[in-house]
Design a protein around this ligand. Structure first.
Ligand code: ADP
Ligand code: MG
Length: 258
């Protein structure tokens, strides 16, 4: 079977005041159908820029070379409009702090049901019904009341559940999760990981899971990639990484584990 995602020699640079600052320096990786691949590495090594490069959410002052293939499509040669469609119903992304990606001015119900209407063509009634169903699936109590709440009225864990419901509403083939549990309490972290496992099992979603927590890697991932200063320095099966880490950075990371 063909890979779900294949990145080949990706270079991402920001253009600032006429200068070019390259922060991703030749990253290559792949995610197979149904596979969860972890990306670890210290703060500032380029994990988020890699995920934002895949989603093409870095704005105008950016230059990307290399190749990002999603199934049979080369994402770097799609138009903005085509890319928008892919983001709408094939690749979903969740972030560390859902507050930055939830609209504070719109109710939870509106934020989930509008994409359902737009991308799946559901009627207002159908979209509302499906929204409540999705919120129940991600373990939100009183879902029929929560739909009229605004993001600030929910806890961090609840907001992350809403983000997962939104991400899953169009049954994406690939989920990019950028530190999805970092901002949450430990018990809530475990619940969110369980939820991601459930979604993966039910929908067969491939996941690119960015984290700096090796515990999360051990629990969720099949394979793991270690980034350092914009490059991949190690790639291994999870067991292999824990048993015989090769790169000094990976060894340091393992030593710092509780
Ligand atoms: P992390 O691995 O912590 O997610 P990032 O991918 O966010 O790291 O950042 C990688 C590098 O790119 C950092 O040095 C960061 O300062 C830089 N960077 C991120 N976004 C921008 C931007 N919009 N403009 C310029 N530099 C950026
Ligand atoms: Mg980041």
């Amino acid at each position: 079977m063909a890979a779900m995602l294949t990145i080949d020699d990706l270079r991402t640079s920001f253009i600032q005041a006429g200068k070019k600052l390259t922060v991703i320096e030749g990253v290559s990786l792949s995610v197979e159908p149904g596979e969860t691949v972890g990306v670890v590495g210290e703060s500032g090594c380029g994990k988020s820029v890699t995920s934002m490069s895949i989603m093409q959410l870095l704005g105008r002052n950016v230059e990307m070379t290399g190749s990002i293939r999603f199934q049979d499509k080369e994402l770097l040669s799609l138009t903005d409009k085509q890319m928008q469609t892919i983001r709408g119903n094939q690749i979903a992304m969740i972030f560390q702090e859902p507050m930055t990606s939830l609209n504070p001015l719109h109710s939870i119900g509106k934020q989930i049901s509008e994409p359902l209407r737009r991308h799946l063509g559901l009627s207002k009634q159908e979209a509302k019904r499906r929204t409540i169903e999705l919120l129940k699936e991600v373990g939100i109590p009183r879902a029929d009341e929560i739909i009229s709440d605004y993001p600030h009225q929910l806890s961090g864990g609840m907001r992350q559940r809403v983000m997962i419901a939104m991400a899953m509403s169009c049954a994406p083939k690939l989920l990019i999760a950028d530190e999805p549990t970092t901002a949450l309490d430990v018990t809530i972290q475990a619940q969110i990981l369980e939820l991601m496992k459930k979604v993966r099992q039910e929908q067969g979603t491939s996941i690119l899971l960015i984290t700096h927590d090796l515990g999360v890697v051990a629990e969720m991932c099949h394979r793991v990639i270690v980034m350092y200063a914009g490059q991949i320095v190690e790639e291994a099966d999870v067991k292999q990484l824990f048993d015989e880490p090769k790169h000094p950075y990976t060894r340091g990371l393992l030593k710092s584990m509780p």
